[in-house]
Design a protein around this ligand. Sequence first.
Ligand code: ATP
Ligand code: MG
Length: 567
Amino acid sequence: METTKTEMTSPPNFIRNIIIEDLKANKNEGRVHTRFPPEPNGYLHIGHAKSICLNFGLAAEFGGLCNLRFDDTNPIKEEEEYVNSIKEDVRWLGFDWEDREYYASDYFEQLHEYAVQLIKDGKAYVCDLSMDEIREYRGTLTKPGKDSPYRNRSVEENLNLFACMRAGEFEDGSRVLRAKIDMSASNLNMRDPVIYRILRATHHRTGDKWCIYPMYDFTHGQSDSIERITHSICTLEFEDHRPLYDWFIEQLNIFHPQQIEFARLNLSHTVMSKRKLLELVKSGVVTGWDDPRMPTISGMRRRGYPPESIRAFCERIGVAKRESVVDIAFLEHCVRKDLNERAPRVMGVLRPLRVVLDNYPETQTEELDALNHPTDGSKGTRKVPFSNVLYIEKEDFLEDPPKKYYRLAPGREVRLRYAYFIKCVDVVKDERTGEVMEIHCTYDPKTRGGDAPDGRKVKSTLHWVSVAHAIKAEVRLYDHLFVSPHPGAEKGGSDFKTDLNPHSLETLTSCYVEPGLKGALPGSRYQFERQGYFCVDLVDSSDNRLVFNQTVGLRDTWAKIQKSQVS
Ligand code: ATP
Ligand code: MG
């Protein structure tokens, strides 16, 4: 059947199916309006990327709109820096909220009116219990809650007290406004939740205008309603909050968005909660939110992940209700696949070994033609200079090669990519340590371009740079930030930092790349042949100091994992 193929290749997304059904039924007059609602209390991570792709992607697919809304209800943890980074990251991922940049704090007045309306309807009351007492009165899953002694205050008294709360007449934490729902509800969220608290803190947007702030749960759903969001897409932990959000909306008799929960993205070898990521930043384990080892969008950008590869990843993992952990190798697979098509090939030597060509004229330099891409001819060719002293990779030479090692060794001949066959004739060693300092080779002038006219074969091809022409660079190699696939899982998630990988960063300061890379712009991506994909660092690289980040290696561990699962 024709459709089978697309069905198999397009990953499941139950939310897409819901929207298709809603459109068929002409629900919301055929409108599709979503939003991405971050709290500006940290940088965005790959989990947020999934939510961004989902919300913006579905809106685009169905001719709808998607808002960017900051759920900024907690002035203590929120900062302008986070707002700016979030905007930069969403834009970089390729999405546009046009003029629809909203802030829950813009609705504070409206939310306050909603609260007053609930009080007037006898649906909310001011409570003088302390936070500890409220917790105690709430009961547990097995034990019903107890009514607060303040639960039956009159509407007048509540209106008056709430006005005094707003006017700053009470101390922080001394009173709260609570919804009057049901202290014996099986869902703990329905046991008279706090909806307003007294808090003297300067808000990043409203400054000191307010000393009472709405709780997140009293803000999120109503903000969606104010924006007439049709599909409020959120992660599973909000499933238990949905009855509360519905309750507010029904009591207030306002537009009712449909909340749909999906399983959050979890990645192996990674932590994703902003609290933990902040801890890594603060403790100096990483250099910042944009450290290339971080699962943040800014970290991945700096690492060299193309935004298209992140979008492809988010599409391909699908959207489901069931919790799962995606293997980080799959993310790397998506990055590699993307870069394989787009990254120009160059030669760079990470751990240099000097090679002197004894029979190559000392004063001579040649310009050799090299392909910028092995299969995409439209990417053209470039010239690479060749001379009598070269660097090759240290690991490409062994004095005493084991079986199946086909690279350079004494007496052996190999090909230099785009250049000549060379044969090792001598090895110069440090007398004291025995370390190989330099090797001497001869080249065969008849093999220019990489083939021998007499048809003789060599078993390997090495990359190289010409010492006189190469530019020095720093290269940062990365490994997973955590050694354990599920950091902290064994210790109940508490001490995830004991699972940190001590070798997640290796800095090589004496690397050499071909001269064409001089002036390479920060952010540009290359494949260093035989080594992997690398990106010019956005922060530390400059005209006189070239710094590369390893984006991803060439070996596809994901393909291997899949193969082993099939067989
Ligand atoms: P964290 O739990 O990582 O600290 P959060 O959920 O508190 O993040 P928000 O700023 O509230 O962060 O998230 C904004 C949106 O991104 C929410 O709709 C949230 O559901 C979604 N989101 C957060 N983490 C993930 C994830 N791992 N996978 C998918 N969506 C996520
Ligand atoms: Mg949240």
